[in-house]
Design a protein around this ligand. Structure first.
Ligand code: NDP
Length: 392
C-alpha cells in the first residue's frame, strides 16, 4: 500500500467550502492541439469546486482510501520541522502544486528513500530538483495542458491591465475620485504595439492567438521555430534569441520553463537593451528575471510596468519588493488555478495515480522525468545537468 503526501495551499480565510459565484463550468471536449482531456476511470468531485486547497484534497481521498492507500494532506511545507518533512520520510508519492510549491530539493530527496513519484498538480515541475530526481530514479509528472489556457488568459489580462493603466484607474473609482487625468496619463492603446513572447509552447502560442485580433505586431522566440503556416496565419516575426526579441518590442510576455538556460535571462543588461517604457509580463517563473533589476528598472522608468503571478520563493516574504514596486500589477500565483483549471488538473492527477498504482505507463505527455532521464514533455522542454540513463 502506498503513502501519498499531498501539499496544497491553505483553505480560504472565510472558510471551506466557499460560496461559489457560479453553478457550473463549461464542458470542454479537448485541448487545442488535439490532446485529450484527462481520462481517469472516475472522479469523486464536482467540477467547479475548490479542489486545490487543503480541504479540497484534489478530490482524491475516497479513491485512495478505498484502495487501502494512505493520504496525508497538508499546507505546512517550510521551516525546520514542517509536516511535509516529517511525512516525506516514508512517503511513496509526493503531490505538490506550483502555486504553493513543496520544494523537493536534493536534501529532501536524500531523506525520502521510498519516494518514487513526484507529481505536480498543474504544470511546471521546477520546484523539483530535476537532477536529483533523475539520480534517485524518481518519476516526475505533471498534467500537461491542464491550465495552459488559464495562464494565457491571465497573461493577456495583465498585458492590458498594464498598458491601459487599469489598476490605478480602478483605485480612483473605488476611492470616490473622478481623476481622469491621473488615470490616463499612463494609459495607452495596445493596438499597433510590438508584442513578443519568450517561448511559443502551449501557453505562448495561446497568448499569440489571443493577441492577434488586437492588431498588434507579434514576435516570438523559441528553441524551435513554428511552422511557416502558423507564422503566416498570425503574422509572426521570429527572433533567434531573447536578446533580439527584447530590443524589438514594447511588451514581452514570458512563457518558457525555468531551467538552466532560462534562469536569470532577464538581467540588468537585457532589460537595459529594451525600449524605454517597455512592459514585462511573467507568468512563467520568477527566477527567469532578476528580481532587483526589475525593481530598479521600474523605479528608473526603463520599464513602464511589470506584471505576473510568479514569485520566488512562494509564498514570498511580506516585505518582498515586488509587492510594492511602482507600476506593478502582480497577483499571487493564481493564473493556473482557476476553478476551471482545478477540475482538469485534479482529474489529471487522478489519472496519473490510477495508472501508476496499477503499474500502467503514465501518458508520455505528462512525463518530465522517468527511468532516470528526462522523458515526454520534460525531454522536449527542460534541460538537465545529468542523465542517469543516457537519453535514447
Ligand atoms: P510548453 O512545454 O508547452 O512550452 C514551453 C516552451 O518553451 C517550448 O516551446 C520550449 O521549446 C520553450 N523553451 C524552452 N526553453 C527555451 C529557451 N531557452 N528559449 C526559448 N524557448 C524555450 O509549456 P507551457 O507553455 O505549458 O508552460 C510554460 C511554462 O509556464 C511552464 O514551464 C511553467 O513554468 C509556466 N506555467 C505557469 C503557470 C502559472 O500558473 N503561472 C501554470 C502553467 C505553466 P521547445 O519545446 O520548442 O524545445
Amino acid at each position: 500500500m502506498a503513502k501519498i503526501v499531498c501539499v496544497l495551499y491553505p483553505d480560504p480565510v472565510n472558510g471551506f467550502p466557499p460560496r461559489y459565484a457560479r453553478d457550473s463550468i463549461p464542458v470542454l471536449t479537448g485541448y487545442p492541439n488535439g490532446q485529450t482531456l484527462p481520462t481517469p476511470a472516475d472522479i469523486d468531485f464536482t467540477p467547479g469546486e475548490l479542489l486545490g486547497s487543503v480541504s479540497g484534497e484534489l478530490g482524491l481521498r475516497a479513491f485512495l482510501e478505498a484502495r487501502g492507500h494512505t493520504l496525508v494532506v497538508t499546507s505546512d511545507k517550510d521551516g525546520p520541522d514542517s509536516v511535509l518533512d516529517r511525512e516525506l520520510q516514508d512517503a511513496d508519492v509526493l503531490i505538490s502544486q506550483p502555486f504553493w510549491p513543496a520544494y523537493l530539493s536534493a536534501e529532501r530527496i536524500a531523506k525520502a528513500p521510498q519516494l518514487k513519484l513526484a507529481l505536480t498538480a498543474g504544470i511546471g515541475s521546477d520546484h523539483v530538483d530535476i537532477d536529483a530526481a533523475i539520480a534517485a530514479g524518481i518519476t516526475v509528472a505533471e498534467e500537461t495542458y491542464s491550465n495552459s489556457i488559464s495562464v494565457a488568459e491571465h497573461a493577456v489580462m495583465q498585458i492590458l491591465a498594464l498598458v491601459r493603466n487599469f489598476l490605478p484607474a480602478h483605485r480612483w473609482a473605488e476611492q470616490g475620485g473622478w481623476n481622469i487625468a491621473d488615470s490616463v496619463s499612463r494609459a495607452y492603446d495596445l493596438e499597433g504595439m510590438d508584442v513578443g513572447v519568450i517561448a511559443a509552447g502551449r501557453i505562448g502560442q495561446a497568448v499569440l492567438r489571443r493577441l492577434a485580433p488586437f492588431a498588434v505586431k507579434l514576435h516570438y522566440t523559441d528553441k524551435h521555430r513554428l511552422s511557416a503556416d502558423v507564422e503566416a496565419e498570425l503574422g509572426l516575426t521570429f527572433h533567434p534569441d531573447a536578446q533580439s526579441l527584447a530590443r524589438a518590442v514594447d511588451v514581452v510576455s514570458i512563457h518558457a520553463p525555468l531551467h538552466p538556460e532560462t534562469r536569470n535571462l532577464f538581467d540588468e543588461e537585457l532589460i537595459g537593451s529594451m525600449r524605454r517604457g517597455s512592459y514585462i509580463i511573467n507568468t512563467a517563473r520568477a527566477q527567469i528575471v532578476d528580481r532587483d533589476a526589475i525593481v530598479r528598472a521600474l523605479e528608473s522608468g526603463q520599464l513602464a510596468g511589470y506584471a505576473g503571478d510568479v514569485w520566488y520563493p512562494q509564498p514570498p516574504a511580506p516585505d518582498h519588493p515586488w509587492r510594492t514596486m511602482p507600476n506593478n500589477a502582480m497577483t499571487p500565483h493564481v493564473s493556473g488555478s482557476t476553478l476551471s483549471a482545478q477540475a482538469r488538473y485534479a482529474a489529471g492527477t487522478r489519472e496519473i495515480l490510477e495508472d501508476w498504482l496499477d503499474g500502467k505507463p503514465i501518458r508520455d505527455e505528462y512525463l518530465i522525468v522517468d527511468g532516470g532521464r528526462l522523458a515526454g514533455t520534460g525531454a522536449a522542454s527542460y534541460t538537465a545537468t545529468v542523465n542517469a540513463t543516457p537519453a535514447a
